[in-house]
Each structure stands twice: as structure tokens, then as C-alpha cells.
Design a protein around this ligand. Sequence first.
Ligand SMILES: Cc1ncc(C[n+]2csc(CCOP(=O)(O)OP(=O)(O)O)c2C)c(N)n1
Length: 272
Amino acid sequence: MSVKQNPLRKYIRDGNLPHFFCSGCGCGQVLNYFLKAVDDLDMNLDEIVTIGGVGCTARIPVYLSTDTFHGVHGRTLAWATGIKLYKPELKVVIFAGDGDLVSIGGNHFLHAMRRNLDVTVILVNNFNFAMTGGQVAPTTLFDSITMTTPYGSKENCLDICKLAETAGATYVSRWNTDKPMQSVNSIKKALQHKGFSLVEIMSQCPTNFGRYSLKTGDTKKVLDWIVDKSVPKAKAEKMSNEDLADKFVIGEFVHTEKPVFLGTTVYNQDEK
Ligand SMILES: Cc1ncc(C[n+]2csc(CCOP(=O)(O)OP(=O)(O)O)c2C)c(N)n1
């Protein structure tokens, strides 16, 4: 009996499987959505550079057959800026966890959006610092119990899409791992977009977020929690701020055009 191989397998870097994600983690789903988008758009992997900092999400590029930069925590946009200024023709895609992007990497994130740097950021928001064992993150909900907030977090949770909208990102959307088609479509739009694009995908982390905050390691229960809290944009527009306080609005928030940042001098290799 022959086993039919997943056609997206051709984009996976030889020799790097099995992956290191925990059972039930959403990072594999997000990797799959990205590859589906690349395949649908018939993109040439030689023209894509993928970047990850440090974290579970940041490890996604390690499995891809693209040129890949896997570096240090929170500095993905600094490398992306360098790569884009040197070779603007490359498509640069960052995979970042919420801690990587808006905690240690927050300042880079803010200024890359302000400049409208031409990169795509795929953010996996699992509401905690997962790789290091489930510490509180800027996306952790108020009063949530985490490994470092045993009495509940007393910090307000950051809405990353709202921040992106305010800071000047030109494509912004948010989905969850229960919305595969919407996620793939948004990644496709982001990859075709000229300017700073952000696709946030809320994702289940049963191992740490589930265990500490929801008192369950059951993947379905963690995903159900995310789905229950997700409100489509059209419905949210009719709800009060109070009712939306602990909800996550999903949908497309920004899709616009603005000049992109190319630095002051762009060297073309032929001109050197
Ligand atoms: C400069 C630096 N600070 C802290 C760490 C420790 N560290 C490694 S991964 C991580 C958290 C990752 O969380 P997040 O970015 O949300 O990604 P996730 O693992 O949840 O996907 C931290 C704090 C590090 N490796 N380098």
C-alpha cells in the first residue's frame, strides 16, 4: 500500500523532522497555513527569507526550506531591516511569539511599523512565554494565573492588533487556529502586500498556558477557551466596551497603502 505524502512536505527542510513542538501545540497548524499560502501563490522559496528569534513559534522557520535566520530573542525586526535594506527584492517573513514580538522586541516592532518596513510578521499569540515554561506575557489576561503570577496577573493585556493599527502597520488581521481558511487567506494577502503586514493567530498552548491558566492540558479545552473569547469584527462593532473587555476581536482591521521604508541609501549589488 502506498502512503500519499502531504504535497506541502516539499517545502520542509530535509533532515529537520521530527519537530520539537509539544503534542497539541498550534505552531504546526500555523506552519501549515503558511505553506498552504505559499503553495497557493506559487511563490519561489528562493525569494523568501524566514526569520525566528527564540521561542516555540520562533522555531517554525527552522523546518522550512527557505533561507532562514534563527537568532536571538526579540531582535527579528532588526535583522529584517538589514536584509530588506540590502536586498529589497526579497520577501522577508518573521515568525514570532507574543513575548518575542511585543515584550523584549516591542521597541523594534513599534518603529518597524512606524516606518512601514516591507515585511510580513506572523504572530502566534499563545498568551504566555511558552518555551521557558509559562511565564506571564504582555498578552496574558488580567488576573490570569501563570508560572510567575500564582495569585493572578495584575497587568492589563495588550491588544497587539490595535497597537499595530495605531503605529502605522498597513495590513493587520487576527484569527485563531480554529479559522484555517481565514488564516491562510490573510497570510496570502500579507505576502502579497507591500509594507508592514501583521497576521496574528491566537493559538493553543496546552502544556503551559493550559496547565497554569486554565488548569487543563487538554488541547480541545484550551482551543475552546480561545474560540469562546473570539468575536468577529462585525459582531464586536455592536457590543459595548464592557462586554468586549475579556474578548478578542477577530477579522481584518487594516488594509491600506503607504510608502515603504528603504533607508537613506540602498546599495544594489551590481553598483558596488
Ligand atoms: C535575551 C533573551 N532573554 C530571554 C531569553 C529566554 N527566553 C527564551 S524563549 C523565551 C520566551 C518565548 O516566548 P514567546 O516569544 O511568547 O514565544 P513562545 O515560546 O510562546 O512561542 C524567553 C523569555 C532568551 N533566550 N534571550
